[in-house]
Each structure stands twice: as structure tokens, then as C-alpha cells.
Design a protein around this ligand. Structure first.
Ligand SMILES: [Zn+2]
Length: 511
């Protein structure tokens, strides 16, 4: 028994003017063949696959395809898309014969001229290996699921959590589904329903005990315990994605041997899609203006205040050099450190040349986000130079190696601007710790994240505010220009009489 494993991971934000290129993948860490199996053995979905497969009594032989990861960012170039396809083609030829394929995908990647990158990749892999080889793929909860993805995978297994704290477990669940198909002979039949809506990330938080997201998560987990069900998932879609087949989706896959006409799959799928639609207004976030959020943070003298700058969330593919909040924070005196990050390789290079203790002056911001950002004149002392390298655990990561390159701490009174060379998790306490700070004792942490940051800060912060700032990943995205998404789509538009009617995809090879 031989099982091929691969990964393509990038979340595309089409509002971000900076294109994603091959170099972004090379920087994050391309792995091919055995190297993939060795280096990812305990990391993320792929680690989940590998650890689960290691428990199989058949002792399957694993074959590493390729791992292509890039941090969330702008649309990939056409050249980058062609390179991705080439890498997978070469990997499939190298691997040769196999009995099954496990893929870890994000599901919201777009490239110039290719709006559905994962759909095209799945179709290509399906063509190569044929309809009889089980193909199970994992997807992020923010995936934009398309007909093509559903048609070409035997089962798509989604994260159930936001913040994404079940990435590794999703890999394990996918391996479990594969076992049921490959070893037990189950026949996956999938009900698929697009919802004409995109849900704001703030309230899609499955950790809010009383929210609808926790309720949906519990229901999905309970369904997956039923013997007829292979997988159930809700993708609320990442909203900064201006592509034609855009929208949230519900997927329920059952075993056609127990659910021959897919009636159960369809009824569960329709039930959840209808509930998500009915409760859509509960997803609307409470946003605070830049001025009010900073004033409220200043009024909190004892504890930590976290300001969520979702609009510049590097986890949502924004460029990471917004200074809208910095300008406001600089108007106040603060009792303890105020920590804020900016991606600016040229500033790091200048500070590296000047050395620790020197004064740096120039502008911050407006270089990467040329659409919604601006350049703020800034003068500060070079307090520390460091390499932003650490292991990410929690939201988005399990043992995930992060390298944001050479970085600098710019100090001006209590304000510390942590400037990094590369984008990355600009909310992670590990980043602030690498910069020499304890974020939990700071006055203010600006988290460039809409929701994921809550996994680690919610219990420790005196207050958290979701700030309404301009940027490439704004919380109020429906006020921004989108050209390609289908209309009507909520919350851009209101539809009064939408009802789910899930499509049904029969087991592979029978359509
Ligand atoms: Zn996500």
C-alpha cells in the first residue's frame, strides 16, 4: 500500500496589490519527496496525515509529492501558477504508482487568469491518477469551495475551528476518511451547497461559547460521529477574494453504501446551510473607530488592550505595513510598551547599517499597501536588531517553523514598532517575544489579525477592540470595490427568499 502526500498552501487576498511569486514560496520552504515526509512529520495537516498513517496495521509506504507554501498575500502571477502545476506534474511522475493521495490545501488561492487554483490542481491530479485512486484533501475554514474541487476529490475535509487550532487534527481526520474509503471500501457521496454570502471573520470565532459559530462547530463534529458520515464542513470563505465562484459553502459526505441516494447528506447539508443563512446577521462585527479604540485603550491603565487591525491582517493576506493605528497611538503617552508591527525590508536594511543605539528617521507605511496605506514620517532609536525566527503553535500552527527574516525594534517613548523583512503571523506572541517583549504585560498590542489572535490573547487581555481602519483586509469589506463576485451576495446585497438546494456528487467513477 503506497500513499502519496502533498501540500499547496496560500490564501489569496485580491485587494492586496503585491503579487505572490515563486520567491514567496521559496522563502517559506518548498519541500520535495522524502524531505517533505521528514520535515513535516509532526507539523500541521501533513503531520496529521503522517502520524495517523503510522498507526495503520498495513504500514503503508508514504511517497512525498511536493509541499508549496507561501504566506497569505496578493494574487499569484500567471508564471507562479505555471510553476506550481509543473512542480506537481514532476512530483506525480517521480512518485509513480500509488494507491491513494492525501493533499493539504488552503482552498482560497487565486492566480492571474486562474480563479480556482486548487480546483485546477485537483482536476490535474485526478486526471493523472485516474478515478479509482482515492483522493482526500483538507481545506481551511476560509476556503472558497468550487464545483471543480468537489468533483475531483473523493472527500474534502475542513477545519472546524476559527481560530484554526485543529489543523493537525484535520490531517488526522482526513487520514481516517481515507482509511474508510481505501481499506473499508466505503463509497463517498457528497452534498454541496454554496451560500450566497461571505461571513465576517470576527464572529466566525468558534471559541465564543454562546455564538452561532460554536453551535455550528458542535453540530459538524457530532455529524462526523455518525457511522454514515465521512465528513461535514462549513467554509465561511475568506472575504477579500474577488473571484467569480465566490461564496460560503457547506459540504457533507456520507457513505453511499449506507446512504445510497445521498438523502442524508443532502438533508444535513441543507439544514446547516439554511441555519447559516438565517443567522447571517449575527456575523456582523462590532467595529470601533481608530480614534475611539485608541482612546479606550489609553483609558485602561492596568491591563493589556489588544487592538485588532483586521484591515492589515497579514494572516488575511494584507501587506502588513499599515500605520493608521500608529499615527493615532503616537498622540498619547503610555505607561507600558505599545507593540505594533510593520513589514518594511528597506527600513530593516537601513537600521541594520546604522546599528543599535542609532537614530533612524524616514517614513513607515505606504510602500507595500499602495492602495489604502500612507507614509508616516517617523523618528526613533534602533533599540534592537534580531532574527524573527520561531516555532508557531496555536492558531494556524503546530510546530510550524516561521522565519520573518532580519528585524528591528524602533523605540520612541513607550512605542515599539517591530519592523520585519517578511510578512508572517503579525499577531503571534512568539514574534513579540523574539523581539524581546512580553506582550501580555504591554499597554497595547496591535494584532494584525481579525479573529485568530483571540486564541491566545482572549483570556489575558483586559479589553479587545476590533478597529475599523482602511486596508486590504477590511472588516467592512462590503464597502470596498469588488468586480467579479456573483451578485447578489450578502452582505453586499440582501436577498429575501434564498433557500438551499444542495447538489449531489456521486462516488468517483460512477458519474
Ligand atoms: Zn483560515
Amino acid at each position: 500500500m503506497r500513499i502519496a502526500i502533498g501540500q499547496l498552501w496560500q490564501e489569496t487576498n485580491t485587494l492586496n496589490p503585491l503579487p505572490t511569486r515563486r520567491a514567496n514560496f521559496d522563502q517559506f520552504g518548498v519541500l520535495r519527496g522524502d524531505e517533505l515526509l521528514e520535515k513535516l512529520a509532526t507539523t500541521n495537516e501533513v503531520g496529521g496525515f503522517i502520524q495517523a498513517l503510522a498507526q495503520w496495521p498495513e504500514h503503508p509506504e508514504l511517497a512525498g509529492l511536493v509541499r508549496l507554501p507561501a504566506w497569505p498575500g496578493g494574487m499569484a502571477t500567471a508564471d507562479t501558477f505555471a510553476w506550481i502545476i509543473r512542480e506537481f506534474d514532476e512530483a506525480m511522475s517521480r512518485v509513480g504508482r500509488c494507491d491513494a493521495v492525501l493533499l493539504a490545501l488552503h482552498g482560497a488561492m487565486a492566480a492571474e487568469g486562474h480563479w480556482d487554483v486548487e480546483g485546477e490542481l485537483l482536476a490535474r491530479i485526478r486526471r493523472h491518477f485516474g478515478p479509482d485512486i482515492p483522493l482526500v484533501a483538507t481545506l481551511d475554514l476560509h476556503a472558497n469551495i468550487t464545483e471543480r474541487m468537489v468533483a475531483n476529490a473523493d472527500t474534502l475535509v475542513l477545519y472546524h475551528t476559527a481560530p484554526h487550532i485543529d489543523v493537525f487534527e484535520t490531517g488526522q481526520r482526513a487520514a481516517g476518511v481515507l482509511r474508510r474509503i481505501l481499506v473499508d471500501g466505503e463509497r463517498p457521496i457528497t452534498a454541496f451547497q454554496k451560500i450566497p454570502a461571505s461571513m465576517p471573520a470576527e464572529k466566525a470565532n468558534t471559541q465564543l461559547a454562546d455564538g452561532m459559530s460554536a453551535d455550528f462547530r458542535r453540530r459538524l463534529a457530532a455529524w462526523e460521529q455518525r457511522p454514515e458520515v465521512l465528513a461535514a464542513g462549513l467554509a465561511t470563505v475568506q472575504p477579500w477574494l474577488d473571484v467569480p465562484e465566490f461564496g460560503s459553502a457547506v459540504l457533507v459526505t456520507t457513505n453511499a453504501i449506507r446512504d445510497p441516494d445521498g438523502a442524508l447528506a443532502q438533508s444535513l447539508c441543507a439544514e446547516l446551510a439554511a441555519d447559516v443563512w438565517r443567522r447571517r446577521n449575527e456575523y456582523m462585527p462590532e467595529l470601533v473607530s481608530i480614534e475611539d479604540s485608541v482612546a479606550r485603550a489609553h483609558a485602561e491603565t492596568q491591563g493589556l488592550v489588544v487592538l485588532s487591525d483586521a484591515a492589515d491582517a497579514t494572516t488575511s493576506g494584507a501587506p502588513g505595513d499599515s500605520v493608521w493605528l500608529l499615527r493615532e497611538l503616537a498622540k498619547y503617552a503610555w505607561p507600558r510598551p505599545v507593540l505594533l508591527t510593520v513589514v518594511a525590508p528597506e527600513v530593516v536594511a537601513e537600521c541594520d547599517a546604522l546599528g543599535v543605539g542609532a537614530n533612524w528617521s524616514g517614513t513607515l507605511g505606504g510602500r507595500r499597501d499602495t492602495r489604502f496605506g500612507f507614509a508616516l514620517p517617523w523618528e526613533a532609536e534602533v533599540e534592537r536588531l534580531f532574527d524573527a525566527r520561531f516555532t508557531l503553535n496555536g492558531h494556524l500552527g503546530k510546530n510550524l517553523a516561521i522565519d520573518m527574516g532580519r528585524s528591528v525594534v524602533l523605540q520612541r517613548n513607550a512605542i515599539r514598532v517591530i519592523v520585519t523583512t517578511l510578512s508572517g503571523p503579525h499577531f503571534a506572541p512568539e514574534l513579540f517575544q523574539a523581539a524581546g517583549f512580553d506582550p501580555f504585560t504591554a499597554s497595547v498590542v496591535v494584532a494584525k489579525s481579525p479573529c485568530g489572535f483571540r486564541a491566545v490573547y482572549a483570556a489575558q487581555a483586559a479589553a479587545i477592540y476590533s478597529v475599523r481602519a482602511p486596508g486590504c483586509a477590511p472588516s467592512d469589506y462590503w464597502n470596498y470595490p469588488f468586480q467579479r463576485i456573483p451578485r447578489p451576495t450578502w452582505p453586499w446585497d440582501e436577498l429575501s427568499d434564498w433557500r438551499p438546494a444542495p447538489s449531489l456528487k456521486p462516488p468517483q467513477g460512477t458519474c
